[in-house]
Design a protein around this ligand. Structure first.
Ligand SMILES: Cc1ncc(COP(=O)(O)O)c(C=O)c1O
Length: 366
């Protein structure tokens, strides 16, 4: 065997949500009947304008994509209310931008701070670059950030601080004043992850003007309905963006993802409807889940809800398995740092899917 880097040998593989085909094969189910509420995707399907644009351009996939992506960068800048020099695009979603951030900022032994529970990929990807995680606290019972735990975790080796708002998997928002407090307490990069901001109606773009150390991370995988195309973007200070572009893959976006992203951004009606349906579904699920006396559900500002299963007498593995057998995928959160074995995360579905999920859940836990 060739010599593999120590850090790679020691890495725990990242566990993503499970796919429809994988579940269908394992449980002998019809893939078309499976309801997937496991990965915070968009249940509406993509923008039809994006589908049309992709079909028209499929015949050009023999050609390399654009490298400079000027039009999409301008489009994203205008959607976000910033200038194009403040935008970076990522062709494996927001996840690629996290990797590029690691390449740009991390020397082995540097630290990053992440509140737990939160999105697990920060830790996974930065560790590959030799960074050391330092954990701060998200108060799950109150569904809010313990901002003091972030400030206490700061050290001269801190290079990045992650603040996820709405937080995945809890759905709570971080107060703007707490974000400012962190920004003003450090010269490290503060990454405010707004992957789900459209569902919350809140964003932090205006803070970019005053804070050079702010970076906002976003994605086309949620409200924009393009998870399968893998497109993310980041907003930050032009100098940092320029450094990051030096190390990101030259052809980061494929031809088709570039086209799909542009067409979706130009389809304002889709974005509006998609936001509205996500919110309606979340509120419906919250109302219905609140009626279960043996489950506790948390209020959320995103397109998913975190549920505590312990009063049902079932841990998340058992409950997830029972739902899978009935063709419903939810996220078992037992592998999330900061949560124990009694949490599931349920993503929004169409109203029909939501109703079927609630009915099925009643049959299992009532
Ligand atoms: C909080 C958060 N940030 C970033 C991402 C990554 O998004 P992408 O699909 O663009 O890689 C996700 C994906 O689920 C997420 O939940």
């Amino acid at each position: 065997m060739v010599k593999v880097k120590k850090i790679v040998k020691e890495l725990d593989p990242y566990v993503p949500g499970r796919s429809i085909d994988e579940i269908a094969a394992e449980y002998g189910l019809d893939p078309d009947k499976i309801i997937k509420l496991g990965s915070n995707e968009n249940p509406m399907g993509p923008s039809l304008k994006a589908v049309e644009a992709v079909s028209q351009n499929i015949k050009f996939i023999n050609r390399y994509p654009e490298a400079n992506l000027k039009d999409l960068t301008e489009n994203v800048a205008s959607y976000s209310g910033v200038s194009p020099s403040q935008v970076i695009l990522g062709g494996d979603g927001a996840d690629e931008i996290l990797d590029v951030m690691g390449k740009t900022l991390i020397e082995p032994g540097d630290e990053f701070i992440v509140h737990i529970p939160s999105y697990m990929y920060y830790e996974f990807t930065l560790k590959i670059h030799g960074a050391v995680p330092v954990f701060a606290r998200w108060d799950v019972a109150q569904n809010r950030l313990d901002v003091n735990s972030v400030l206490e975790a700061l050290s001269p080796r801190t290079r990045i601080i992650f603040l996820c708002t709405p937080n995945n998997p809890t759905g709570g928002l971080i107060d703007k004043k707490d974000i400012i407090k962190v920004l003003e307490s450090t010269e490290a990069l503060v990454v405010v992850d707004e992957a789900y901001f459209e569902f919350s109606g809140v964003n932090n773009v205006e803070l970019l003007d005053e804070h050079d150390n702010l970076f906002i991370l976003r994605t086309f995988s949620k409200v924009m309905g393009l998870a399968g195309m893998r497109i993310g973007y980041g907003l930050g200070n032009p100098q940092l963006i320029e450094y990051m572009k030096r190390v990101e893959p030259v052809f980061s976006l494929t031809r088709l993802s570039h086209i799909a992203a542009s067409a979706t951004l130009n389809d304002e009606e889709y974005i509006q409807r998609s936001t509205q349906l996500g919110i309606e579904s979340r509120e419906f699920l919250y109302k219905e889940l609140s009626k279960f006396t043996n489950l506790d559900v948390f209020e959320s500002k995103a397109n998913y809800l975190l549920v505590d299963t312990r009063k049902s007498g079932m841990n998340s593995e058992i409950l997830t398995e029972k739902l899978l057998k009935k063709g419903i995928i939810v996220r078992n959160c037992s592998s999330f740092r900061g949560l124990d074995d009694y949490w599931i995360r349920v993503s929004v579905g169409t109203l029909k899917e939501d109703k079927k999920f609630i009915e099925t859940l009643q049959g299992i836990v009532d």
